[in-house]
Ligand binder design. Structure first.
Ligand SMILES: Cc1ncc(C[n+]2csc(CCOP(=O)(O)OP(=O)(O)O)c2C)c(N)n1
Ligand SMILES: [Mg+2]
Length: 347
């Protein structure tokens, strides 16, 4: 499968459902909606001033995140980027903790310490994202190295964008993983933009998966808005990593509907480009597919979205009502042992 566009991209739409159980298809469907609705809700809450900092929406990219993480085991690891807040949701972190993290409340997994959306969830092995682009690739690769050394059969899935592929840390991570045949899957969400920098100014490549060639492992490019195509490619890569054959680089071609963050009006993009990608909405496309295949009914569709709405409302209420951390906790959990230079309350 080295450096080519996935066969799944080419397949006629209707052929795919037969290979997947209805439970899997409905699970993917519910998770796509959960990510879409939680992400849209977070955008609204940010604009209402309910939480500070910033928020990096991944609306439009749901099939990439869901397709690559849905088939993971509970003890597998995820190394997300700044745009992968929903990785926590896909891995199964309770929504109330996800919203508490955005709100920087004491009830969040990091007790209000990290930037909004830079969320990790230790009980389910989601690593807190690094703010430095590609930093999570180095951390995730280190975790994969540790897993291999300890003889575990768990794997890491690490996420990043097109822009991250130009940074040294990306190349160091993939090179190291190739040398040591590490149990890791690298997922590049190529959304065509790195803040305001278009892909054509980022690289002369068309398929970013070709970069894998330089590190001696397979690369595959896939339609990142087709959840089943992404899922199939990810399953192959996950099995490869778990069986000790080493890494895979998956490039998912997708698009973020909104600006780089909620403070970016994205005036550098033309309307036609945005409109064309919105027509390829990964959630609506999959929904239509399932309705046509009669795996989904209108009644089930309403049930799924109303259950998620209720879950989100309860989670937001939990986050809003939770306290902020007490300032006296500021230096807790920063050092493994008390550090003489900056004791709590020493200033
Ligand atoms: C080393 C470093 N340089 C610059 C930034 C600022 N920055 C944050 S996200 C980003 C763009 C990343 O683009 P891409 O990798 O394509 O991911 P996307 O935001 O599109 O998901 C930049 C330049 C940073 N966080 N770290
Ligand atoms: Mg990008």
């Amino acid at each position: 499968m080295a450096s080519k566009t996935s066969r799944a991209v080419m397949e006629p739409e209707g052929e795919k459902a037969s290979q997947h159980s209805p439970e899997l298809l409905l699970g993917l469907y519910r998770t796509l909606w959960k990510c879409r609705m939680a992400d849209e809700k977070a955008r609204v809450l940010f604009r209402q001033g309910k939480f500070g900092g910033n928020f990096y929406s991944a609306v439009g990219q749901e099939a990439t995140n869901v397709g690559t993480a849905f088939g993971l085991r509970e003890d597998d690891w995820i190394a997300p980027s700044h745009r992968d807040w929903t990785s926590n949701i896909i891995k199964g972190a309770p929504l109330k903790f996800c919203f508490a993290q955005l709100f920087a409340k004491a009830t969040s997994p990091d007790r209000g310490r990290s930037s909004p959306a830079h969320m990790g969830y230790p009980p389910l092995h989601v690593i807190t994202p690094a703010s430095s682009i590609a930093g999570q690739l180095n951390v995730g690769t280190g975790v994969a190295f540790g897993l291999k050394k300890h003889g575990r059969d768990t794997i890491v899935v690490a996420y990043f964008g097109d822009g991250a592929t130009s940074i040294g840390g990306f190349h160091e991570a993939l090179n190291f993983a190739g040398v040591h045949k590490l149990p890791i899957v690298y997922v590049c969400a190529n959304n065509l933009w790195a803040e305001s920098v278009p892909l054509r100014l980022q690289t002369a490549l068309t398929n970013l998966s070709e970069r894998a060639k330089a590190y001696g492992f397979p690369g595959v490019s896939v339609d990142g808005n087709d959840v089943l195509a992404v899922y199939d490619v990810a399953q192959t890569a996950i099995a490869r990593a778990r069986s000790g054959q080493g890494p895979t680089l998956i490039e998912c071609k997708t698009y973020r509907w909104y600006g780089h963050s909620e403070i970016d009006p994205a005036k550098y993009r033309i309307k036609e480009e945005v409109d064309a990608w919105k027509k390829k909405d990964p959630v609506a496309t999959f929904e239509k597919h399932l309705l046509e295949k009669k795996i989904l009914t209108d009644a089930k569709k309403t049930q799924v979205t109303s259950e998620i709405t209720q879950e989100i409302n309860e989670a937001v209420e939990f986050a809003e009502q939770s306290p902020y951390p007490d300032p006296s906790e500021l230096s807790d959990h920063v050092w493994g042992a008390p550090y003489g230079g900056a004791q709590k309350g020493s200033r």
